[in-house]
Design a protein around this ligand. Structure first.
Ligand code: PMP
Length: 372
């Protein structure tokens, strides 16, 4: 018998992995303060160090470059907190990048430049002349459409013109390989709960030349870059999830095949469906499906009642479903944007999950129209 529910909302959050859970439970019994010099403290420090090495390996960074935070929102906020003279970003960035960028412009007088986005979600980064004092924020992959950006090219350009690059890589681990060195980013943010770790922990990977002052001062934790006693259990779960996510890369082909099958069948069942961004480089796990003339909210609720968890736009605050700023930035027509749902697969997704999705889709959308 199939499980009653089919979870296809991995871009919102992933189920806690067994190995992350086990690591956290073990760490809960290690009560020492990682900053203490005695044996109890050293045991806690060893857990944090092991996790740091695992997170560093996930993105090919040096462990000393990994600073643990309370998640990617803090990591993005921190990366954008330096006194940048100018900031360039596209409308497809996550709110946790857009909001601190807007603050930088309104409160600190930074010049904000909006980067153009194509209809399939590709961001166009072009620089001219001396760009010192400029921070480019460019996500590695989009949470709503899965569009993968050419961060390597942006990094090269940034270096050539004296600019710095911040990369929100939250949606990429386990789906595409990440190499902090090759990306040429000054800073890169990660979040544990998107890869099967716990919520409320993440990291900012910081290269040596980043002009960042700590967001919190106090104790000297994290090499004086982030004060506060480390959340040892959560960090331990993050480390275990990072090791597992690295192994997931071998599964990317299987996941892409499941996603492609889902899209092909959706097109067959509902020829009017639009797969947003399918002509651009995309994550293997993400599908943004619009059925013009229908309402995404209604569809998400009907799918939920049929046992399928998907989302409309980004599910970030208290169940709010607003107009997607990502799809608006891509210039999509209102009837496409307002009917788009996001289906996102993960390492636990099976053939049966796709079959369950398609059966529900056929029942709910095949032939019948959903009131907009
Ligand atoms: N960036 C992206 C692209 C995201 O998808 C998310 C989570 N929705 C975040 C940042 C914020 O991460 P966190 O939940 O760890 O604050």
């Amino acid at each position: 018998m199939r499980a009653a529910r089919t979870y296809l909302d991995y871009n919102a959050t992933a189920p806690l992995r067994a190995e992350a859970r086990a690591a956290m439970l073990a760490a809960l019994d290690v009560f020492g303060n990682p900053s203490s010099v005695h044996a109890e403290g050293r045991r806690a420090r060893a857990i944090v160090d092991e996790a740091r090495a695992s997170v560093a390996a996930l993105v090919n960074a040096d462990p000393a470059e990994v600073v643990f935070t309370s998640g990617a929102t803090e990591a993005n906020t921190w990366a954008l907190s330096a006194p940048w003279r100018m900031i360039a970003l596209a409308g497809v960035e996550h709110d946790s990048v857009r909001a601190p960028a807007a603050q930088l412009a309104s409160e600190r007088g930074a010049i904000a430049v909006e980067l153009p986005v194509s209809g399939d979600g590709a961001v166009d980064v072009a620089l001219e002349g001396d760009a010192r004092g400029l921070l480019i924020a460019l996500q590695l992959a989009n949470n709503e459409t899965g569009a993968v950006q050419d961060v390597v090219a942006a990094g090269l350009m940034a270096r050539e013109h004296g600019a710095e690059l911040h990369c929100d890589a939250v949606q990429a681990p386990g789906r595409v390989a990440i190499d902090f060195r090759t990306l040429g980013a000054t800073t890169l943010s990660l979040s544990a709960h998107k890869i099967g770790g716990p919520k409320g922990v993440g990291a900012l990977v910081v290269s040596g030349n980043a002009p960042l002052a700590p967001l919190f001062s106090g104790g000297g934790q994290e090499r004086r870059r982030r004060a506060g006693t480390e959340n040892v259990a959560a960090i331990s779960g993050f480390g275990a999830a990072a090791r597992a996510a690295l192994r997931d890369l071998a599964e990317a082909g299987r996941i892409a095949a499941l996603r492609d099958r889902l899209e092909a069948e959706v097109r067959r069942l509902t020829p009017e469906a639009v797969i947003v961004g399918d002509t651009a480089a995309r994550l293997p796990n993400t599908s943004c499906i619009a059925l013009p003339g229908t309402s995404a909210e209604t569809l998400v609720i009907k799918m939920d009642l049929a046992g399928i968890a998907v989302s409309a736009g980004a599910a970030c605050s208290s169940g709010k479903v607003g107009r997607s700023h990502v799809l608006a930035a891509m210039g999509l027509a209102d009837d496409v944007a307002s009917s788009a749902i996001r289906v996102s697969l993960g390492p636990e997704t099976t053939d049966d999950d796709i079959a369950a999705y398609l059966a529900a889709w056929k029942r709910i959308c095949g032939g019948a129209s959903l009131a907009a």
